[in-house]
Design a protein around this ligand. Structure first.
Ligand code: XMP
Length: 512
C-alpha cells in the first residue's frame, strides 16, 4: 500500500484538482469526506492531510467541520483557503465574516520561505477565491507571506507542522503552485514518491490475481479508453481467465468492429466474443425519434443482449468494469461540486446483482490521465489511449430523428472522411471531439450537370477540458474546405456540409 495523503473535501470544485496535483508529484492521494474520523485516517496510514477549499463560511450553520482530532494525529496539515479558516477557527485564531468574495489574480510576497515556500522566488502571481478572512493568527503560528489584501496569505506553525495558505496552489494561475504542494508532500510530510505507473501496474496485477484466484472475469468492451485499459490490465493479470464481450449495436463507426477484433483478438490474444445484435437494435429503434426514448431503448437492449450472451459464454464469478476514480468519489452534498456529478455511462445497470457477479474495478483509483499512462505502458496503441470520447448510444444520437440503415451508412462514410482528415492534419489529437451529425433535411445541389436533392451533414468539432463546457474549434479554413469537398465528393447522399459554431452552454456537444 503506498503512503497516502488525505484530501478532506469541504465542497470545493477544486478538490479533485488538488488530488491530481499530488499524484503528479508521484505521491498517492485520496479524497475523504470532510468529517472522516481521525481514527480512520490513522488506520489508513495517512502521512499528511490537506484541507480543501469550500464555498461556505466557517460560521455558517451548515458549515462542514472536520473531526477536531485530526489536529492531534501528529501528521502535517495544510489548509487551503476555507481550510486555512478552519485552522484559524479550530486552533484559536479569528476569522472575519465577509459578504464579498475575493476572486481572481493576486500578488504574493514571501517574507519567510520556511519549508513550504522553499526554493521559490519572493514574488509570485496567485489565484484567490475566498470569502472570509483570517484576522488573528492561532497561537504558535506566524505569517510567512502576505498579499495585497491579507497579512496572512501564508502561515505556519513549523513545530506542529501546520501550514496554511489563503490562495489556491492547485490551479495553473498560481505560479509555482505545484512546487508548494510538492514542498508540503516531500519536504514536510516526507511522503515517498512511489506512485508511478509501473508500481501501480505491479500492485494492480497482484491485487487482481489475489481477488480472482482461479475464477473467471467477464468484461464488456466498448472500445473506449476505460474499458480497453481495464481489459489490458485484467489480461496481463489473469490471461485466459478473462473473457471480453463486444456488442455490435449497429450504431458503431465505420470499421470499428473489425478494429476492435483485430486489436484484441489478434494482437493481444484476448478471448473476445463479438455479439452482432445490430438487427435487434435497429428493429427496436425503428420509427423512434425522441432522443431520450432512443437512449433508453439502446441502454435496455444493451443490457438484454449482454445478459443473453453470458448464457452461452458459461459461468463466471466476476464482472470487470472500467470505473474511474471520479465516478467513485463520494459526493459531498454541500456547495456545487460538478465534478462529482459526472456519472459513468458504461455501467450495465443491475446486471451484477441479478447475475450474482462480483464487481472487479481495477481502475477505480485512477484519474483519466493516469488511465491513459497505464494503457500506454501496457502497450495499447496511441489511437486507443488518446481516443476521443464516444457516447454509449453511438451514432444513435448523431442521426437526428428516426434511425435507418441508410442514414447510418451515410453518416459513417461522412464521419470517416472527417476523422481521416483530422488524423492526417494532427488536429484529431488537439481537439476534444470531432464528429459528423446526420441531418434529415434535404436541400438542392448540383453535381456535374445534374440537379441533386440530398441530405445535410453537420461537422461538430469542439475544444474542452472536461465536457462540462466546450467551445467550437477554430480549424484552418483550408482543412475545413478539404473535409467539406471530400464529403460531398465521396459520400453519396450528401450535397451540403455545414459547420456547427455553437458553444456549450447553451448547446450541448452531442446534438441529441
Ligand atoms: P453533451 O452532449 O452532454 O456531452 O455536451 C458531454 C460528453 O458526454 C458524451 N455523451 C455521452 N456519453 N453516453 C455516453 O457514454 C451518453 O448517453 C452520452 N451523451 C453524451 C459526449 O460525447 C461528450 O463527450
Amino acid at each position: 500500500m503506498p503512503q497516502t495523503i488525505a484530501v478532506l473535501d469541504f465542497g470545493s470544485q477544486l478538490t479533485q484538482v488538488i488530488a491530481r496535483r499530488i499524484r503528479e508529484c508521484q505521491v498517492y492521494s485520496k479524497i475523504y469526506h470532510f468529517a472522516t474520523p481521525a481514527a480512520k485516517l490513522r488506520e489508513d496510514g495517512v502521512v499528511g492531510i490537506i484541507l480543501s477549499g469550500g464555498p461556505q463560511s466557517v460560521y455558517a450553520k451548515t458549515a462542514p467541520h472536520p473531526d477536531p482530532a485530526i489536529f492531534e494525529l501528529g501528521v502535517p496539515v495544510l489548509g487551503i483557503c476555507y481550510g486555512v479558516q478552519l485552522m484559524g477557527h479550530f486552533l484559536g485564531g479569528k476569522v472575519a465574516l465577509s459578504k464579498e468574495r475575493e476572486y481572481g489574480h493576486g500578488h504574493l510576497t514571501i517574507k519567510q520561505p520556511g519549508k513550504l515556500f522553499a526554493g521559490l522566488p519572493r514574488h509570485l502571481r496567485i489565484w484567490n477565491s475566498h470569502g472570509d478572512k483570517l484576522t488573528k493568527l492561532p497561537p504558535g503560528f506566524k505569517a510567512t507571506a502576505i498579499s495585497e489584501n491579507s497579512p496572512f496569505a501564508g502561515i505556519e506553525d513549523p513545530k506542529r507542522r501546520f501550514y496554511g495558505i489563503q490562495f489556491h496552489p492547485e490551479v495553473f494561475h498560481t505560479e509555482r503552485g505545484v512546487d508548494m504542494i510538492r514542498n508540503f508532500l516531500v519536504g514536510i510530510c516526507r511522503a515517498r514518491q512511489d506512485w508511478t505507473t509501473k508500481d501501480f501496474i505491479a500492485h494492480a496485477v497482484a491485487d487482481i490475481r489475489a481477488k480472482v484466484g482461479k475464477g473467471r472475469v467477464l468484461l464488456g468492451l466498448s472500445g473506449g479508453v476505460d474499458s480497453s485499459v481495464a481489459a489490458a490490465l485484467l489480461h496481463k493479470a489473469i490471461g485466459k481467465q478473462l473473457t471480453c464481450v463486444f456488442v455490435d449495436n449497429g450504431l458503431l463507426r465505420k470499421d470499428e468492429r473489425n478494429y476492435v477484433e483485430s486489436l484484441y483478438k489478434r494482437n493481444f490474444k484476448i478471448d473476445l466474443r463479438v455479439v452482432d445484435a445490430s438487427k435487434l437494435f435497429l428493429r427496436r429503434l425503428k420509427g423512434v425519434t425522441e432522443p431520450e426514448q432512443k437512449r433508453k431503448i439502446i441502454g435496455r437492449t444493451f443490457v438484454a443482449v449482454f445478459e443473453q450472451s453470458l448464457k452461452s459464454i458459461g459461468h463466471a464469478e466476476f464482472l470487470g468494469q472500467g470505473t474511474l476514480y471520479p465516478d467513485v468519489i463520494e459526493s459531498v452534498s454541500i456547495g456545487n461540486n460538478p465534478a462529482s456529478l459526472i456519472k459513468t455511462h458504461h455501467n450495465v445497470g443491475g446486471l451484477p446483482k441479478r447475475m450474482k457477479l462480483k464487481l472487479i474495478e481495477p481502475l477505480r483509483e485512477l484519474f483519466k490521465d493516469e488511465v491513459r499512462q497505464v494503457g500506454a505502458a501496457l502497450g495499447l496503441p496511441k489511437e486507443v489511449v488518446w481516443r476521443q470520447p464516444f457516447p454509449g448510444p453511438g451514432l444513435g444520437v448523431r442521426v437526428m430523428g428516426d434511425i435507418t440503415a441508410d442514414k447510418l451508412e451515410i453518416l459513417r462514410n461522412a464521419d470517416f472522411v472527417l476523422q481521416d482528415e483530422m488524423m492526417k492534419s494532427g488536429f484529431y489529437w488537439k481537439v476534444w471531439q470531432s464528429f459528423a451529425v446526420f441531418l434529415p433535411v434535404k436541400t438542392v445541389g448540383v453535381f456535374g450537370d445534374e440537379r441533386t436533392y440530398d441530405y445535410v451533414v453537420a461537422l461538430r468539432i469542439v475544444e474542452s477540458i472536461d465536457a462540462m463546457t466546450a467551445d467550437w474549434a477554430k480549424l484552418p479554413y483550408d482543412l475545413l474546405q478539404k473535409i467539406s469537398s471530400r464529403i460531398t465528393n465521396e459520400v453519396r447522399g450528401v450535397s451540403r456540409v455545414v459547420l456547427d459554431i455553437s458553444s456549450k452552454p447553451p448547446a450541448t456537444i452531442e446534438w441529441e
